[in-house]
Design a protein around this ligand. Structure first.
Ligand code: NDP
Ligand code: BG6
Length: 514
């Protein structure tokens, strides 16, 4: 059964979303412009915005890094990146010509005051030449240990304050935002010594995904589900962010992080907040973020004695993913052979408020799992009285599939055709690709566009980053003190360690493996 029988769904379109009004003209400075994030995500996202008429006709992108490169070499690197990673916008020679002309590059050490003087002179010159209105966006795409020094130098060079009363200056800070509560607090303090909170955009790319935003639309633009969205009707919620890839080339970073810091502290807890929050009074940054922080603050803290019962960690061993034999984590390049870094984590959370009292939220994320899927699955309570005796009835599930196969599916029981009464679970499906065509904005394009327009709704606030760390710090402490687990404890290509199954089995539940 399908909800797709509308005229729109019968004629799927392949379109690229466009902006009705371009953003302000601005200079965008990318620190770490020689790096992976710039190449794979930021330049393609900016290009995507240019192709969709979302950038102002006048804009300038300045790459800043230590690697020696001329403007032309930087343009060449950018062109290659767009040709390789430029989906979904594709590569268009005409758009590239004007985009390429907006690019320039500055070589400098992140801690060298003279480099920031040169940056200031370059920005002033670009302002005069292209009438950029003095608007400036700084993007920290460097390893996190360099954030404090860049922020400090921007302050010293008088680049942190808006140039005049009609211009704006903003700074985007990449994850990881700290590695525990004290370091996140220290980073917030460093940032807020130089910038105001309203200038700071802490990015979590999950919040830029179309389907994550659609979660808000689904909940707050439709009347039918909201009355059911509470402890009276919901049995429990499962959030899965499973990756089939391994640690790839990021072992140096991952060895210092692990799945809890890399995925759960940010992406998964953000999803919990969006699923569980109260309807905001308005759809703006203040109202939405005020509601999200209340959820994070309502999650029951982990007691040290309880961590082992509520949180499961795992690490993949060798196995088979999509028919290919793959190495275990400890055999990956750059990983210590006795590493105790977790590549999987599952947890049970309780949200102690009126809406969600006694409704468990089960979260899991991991690398080298059976398949790549990110989904939120809500299981509803069973009918209070079953009149169909001796018939096996599955529970009703509402599944929001965030990636891949973006869509929403509702499972319910239907009578099988025939003389006997037999019940089968059937899905009611909405698929983005069938209804809207395949081309959506990438998460980074959405978030950069919001940032250029001064809309911080989908960015993290200082208090919410700290609330997430406050929740997980006891887990990190317990893991640091507890004896090292028997790793590896799951095979690549499986759904994680047996203990993750037991976490739900103890509650009489099971993971809904897609
Ligand atoms: P890279 O390791 O590629 O570093 C970016 C640039 O920073 C490098 O090209 C280098 O430029 C400079 N750099 C590297 N190491 C150091 C160092 N020790 N001290 C000073 N400068 C250094 O990082 P990514 O591009 O992968 O990531 C950038 C930021 O974005 C990080 O904070 C990362 O956690 C975050 N991030 C990255 C994602 C990704 O997919 N790559 C995803 C999500 C977040 P140069 O030597 O030329 O100055
Ligand atoms: C990043 C993590 O934030 O998110 C990566 O650092 C992870 O380890 C990635 O692979 C997953 O993002 P996505 O958009 O592919 O689900």
């Amino acid at each position: 059964m399908s909800m797709q029988n509308t005229s729109r769904a019968e004629q799927p379109t392949r379109r690229r979303p466009r902006c009705e009004l371009p953003a302000d003209p601005a200079a965008i400075v990318i620190f770490g412009a020689s790096g992976d994030l710039t190449r794979r995500k930021l330049l393609p996202a900016l290009y995507e915005l240019a192709a969709a008429d979302c950038l102002a006709p006048r804009f300038a992108i300045v790459g800043f890094a230590r690697s020696r490169m001329t403007d032309d070499e930087f343009r060449k690197q950018c062109e290659e990146a767009l040709r390789t990673h430029g989906e979904p916008a594709g590569f268009d020679v005409g758009t590239w010509q004007s985009f390429g002309n907006s690019l320039s590059y500055l070589v400098g050490d992140y801690d060298a005051p003279e480099a920031y003087q040169r940056l200031k002179e370059r920005l002033d010159a670009l302002d005069r030449e292209h009438q950029l209105g003095g608007h400036r966006l700084f993007y920290l795409a460097t390893p996190p240990q360099t954030y404090p020094v860049i922020v400090e130098q921007l302050g010293r060079a008088n680049l942190a304050r808006p140039k005049d009363e009609t211009s704006w200056t903003r700074i985007v800070v990449e994850k990881p935002f700290g590695r525990d509560l004290p370091s996140a607090r220290a980073l917030n303090q460093q940032l807020l010594r130089v910038f105001d909170e309203g200038q700071v955009y802490r990015i979590d790319h999950y919040l830029g995904k179309e389907t994550v935003q659609n979660l808000l639309v689904f909940r707050f633009a439709n009347g039918i589900f909201e009355p059911l969205w509470n402890r009276n009707y919901v049995d429990h919620v499962q959030i899965t962010a499973a990756e089939s890839i391994g640690v790839e080339r990021r072992a140096a970073f991952y060895e210092t992080a692990g799945a809890l810091r890399d995925m759960m502290q940010n992406h998964l807890l953000q999803l919990v907040a969006l699923v569980a929050m109260e309807p905001p009074a308005k759809f703006d940054a203040l109202a939405v973020r005020n509601e999200k922080i209340k959820v994070l603050q309502s999650i029951r803290p982990f007691e040290p004695a309880d961590v082992a019962k509520q949180v499961v960690r795992g690490q993949y061993g060798p196995g088979t993913v999509n028919g290919t034999n793959v190495a275990g984590y400890r055999e990956e390049r750059g990983v210590r052979p006795d590493s105790t870094t977790e590549t999987f984590v599952a947890a049970r959370l309780w949200i102690d408020n009126w809406r969600w009292a006694d409704v468990p939220f089960y979260l899991r994320t991991g690398k080298r799992l059976a398949r790549q899927v990110t989904q939120i699955a809500v299981q509803f309570r069973r009918a209070p009285h079953i009149v169909f005796r001796n018939r096996k009835l599955d529970p009703n599930w509402l599944v929001l599939n965030l990636q891949p196969d973006e869509g929403i599916s509702l499972a319910f029981g239907a009578k099988l055709p025939g003389p006997e009464l037999q019940i089968q679970t059937v899905p009611m499906d909405f698929r983005y690709s069938t209804t809207f065509g395949e081309v959506g904005a990438s998460a980074y394009a959405t978030l950069l566009n919001d940032c250029l327009r001064g809309d911080a709704t989908l960015f993290d606030r200082a208090d919410s980053v700290e609330a997430a760390w406050a929740l997980l710090d006891p887990v990190l402490q317990d893991w640091a003190e507890a004896p090292a687990p028997e790793f590896p404890n799951y095979a690549a290509g499986s759904w994680g360690p047996p203990a993750a199954e037991e976490l739900l089995a103890r509650d009489g539940r099971y993971w809904r493996n897609p």
